[in-house]
Design a protein around this ligand. Structure first.
Ligand code: HEC
Length: 138
């Protein structure tokens, strides 16, 4: 027992480190970082076709995605939670439709969104991860 304890501690420590690393590099953690801070996990700021008025999704859509923020030009940020984007839609947002809206400003019905919503220029991975994160907003 006396000799096994350090080994057990080492195993527990390694398991914790492995879990922490996996979590930090997971698509969900990356999507969350982009949404909340406007930077991916590597610390790169997200870019857009034209300089956005605010630099993170949360700055316009709120941290919980509930939206309703009044912005210049009469724009009101959309509610990005599941009920608004899926349950109450005739053509619910899929991952692909979210990626399209985020990168081109075309919504689930094929309509052009208000130009206050930036046309984000993200890597394939970052676009996927932030869209997947939006899908988790309740
Ligand atoms: C400068 C403010 C601003 C920022 C930053 C912003 N948005 Fe938006 N977004 C808007 C506005 C305003 C709308 C609503 C446009 C409309 O009604 O036509 C919108 C609409 C959307 C829609 C379409 C929702 C629907 O109901 O069709 C999605 C999806 C979306 N935003 C996701 C994001 C994501 C993800 C980010 C971050 C990568 C982001 N937005 C950053 C302002 C912003």
């Amino acid at each position: 027992m006396v000799q096994r304890t350090p080994i057990m501690l080492a195993v527990v420590f390694l398991a914790a480190v492995t879990a922490a690393v996996a979590n930090a590099t997971s698509p969900m953690a990356n999507g969350r970082a982009i949404f909340l801070t406007g930077r991916d996990l590597a610390g790169r700021p997200i870019g857009a076709q034209r300089a956005p008025m605010r630099s993170s999704c949360a700055a316009c859509h709120r941290a919980d995605g509930s939206g309703g923020v009044h912005l210049p030009g009469g724009a009101v940020s959309a509610d990005l939670r599941h009920a608004a984007l899926v349950t109450h839609q005739k053509h619910p947002y899929t991952l692909a439709l979210l990626e399209r809206a985020i990168s081109t400003g075309v919504d689930n019905e094929g309509k052009t969104l208000h130009p206050m919503m930036p046309h984000w220029r993200l890597s394939k991975t970052d676009l996927h991860d932030v869209a997947a994160y939006v899908q988790t907003l309740k």
